[in-house]
Design a protein around this ligand. Sequence first.
Ligand SMILES: NC(=O)c1ccc[n+]([C@@H]2O[C@H](COP(=O)([O-])OP(=O)(O)OC[C@H]3O[C@@H](n4cnc5c(N)ncnc54)[C@H](OP(=O)(O)O)[C@@H]3O)[C@@H](O)[C@H]2O)c1
Length: 311
Amino acid sequence: MKALVATDYQPLDRLTLAELPKPAAGPDEVVVKVEAAALNPLDLMLVTGAAKGLFPTEHPLIVGMDVAGTVVEAGAGVSGYAPGDRVLGFVGQAGSVAEFTVATPGPRLAHRPQNLDAVHAAAIPESGMTAVCLLRAVGLTGGESVLVIGATGGVGLYAVQLAHALRARVIATATAQDADYICGLGAADTVDYRQSDVVEETLKLVPDGVDVVVDLVNRGEGLAAVARAARPGGRLVSPLSGPDDLGRGVTPVYIGSFVPEPGDLEDLASRAADGGLRVEIGARYAFGDAVQAVADFAGKHIRGKVVITVP
Ligand SMILES: NC(=O)c1ccc[n+]([C@@H]2O[C@H](COP(=O)([O-])OP(=O)(O)OC[C@H]3O[C@@H](n4cnc5c(N)ncnc54)[C@H](OP(=O)(O)O)[C@@H]3O)[C@@H](O)[C@H]2O)c1
């Protein structure tokens, strides 16, 4: 089968579409014929080795972890999935920018609703489940104010919508070009991160500080700086890591790897299929243009997800 492959830790422009053996289903695994795959920042870090301390990779590495497709083989012990089932999921280092991949039934794999196409389904797993886990970890409740930093990216667009659905007042970072779009998803206000200081602008909108900061951009000491946008005793949640002490009684919540609960991915997929969750496809590429897709994802401002379709 063909796959987008890194043969070693390497620059992104040395990725190639190469021939690899088609995977087989081991016990408790299914093989999925890929119809669409989506990219996430970690995919790029695995290629370059930027994340090798935390996530060492074996080579050849197949790029991508988010997938939508159809089950073509079910291994011994699999229940609930059979050949012909339409699915979406997160496959980790099995790799998804390929003609076939291997997935493990569990919270990271779900059946795809009939009216959810593969392109939109592939754009959900990692970003959507991360947004769910962040809001759950920080215990966001209705009526609270929340600042989402990085709101126009993969995780951010879901976080804005899910926070709005929880009846939070959402302030979202967005350029002027994306402001109307993000308000249409439920943000009450936007702050232009390219033109202004996000903390100062947020404090103009909520002078005592917001209840919760969801920061999808900063890490380390950068998180202590943006924690000033939270009220004394507020919370800051990040999918990355940062200081234990953010000052002013602001509680840090760092989730590390996302750990979904059973049903989270089904719920996201059914909300997307019903129109209750908007899935923004920022750019869509044919399989033959997968190297370009990675380059654009790494280098351009793209609102929403980058998806590669596989014939
Ligand atoms: N722990 C986990 O399990 C987990 C899971 C998923 C993601 N993550 C991490 O979460 C982070 C976000 O992921 P993602 O998939 O949402 O990434 P993404 O799709 O690349 O989105 C990042 C967004 O942040 C915006 N941005 C960049 N600098 C900004 C700034 N200074 N202020 C406000 N917004 C800014 C970007 O806009 P521009 O295009 O204008 O730069 C982009 O819209 C990444 O670091 C990723 O590795 C962790």
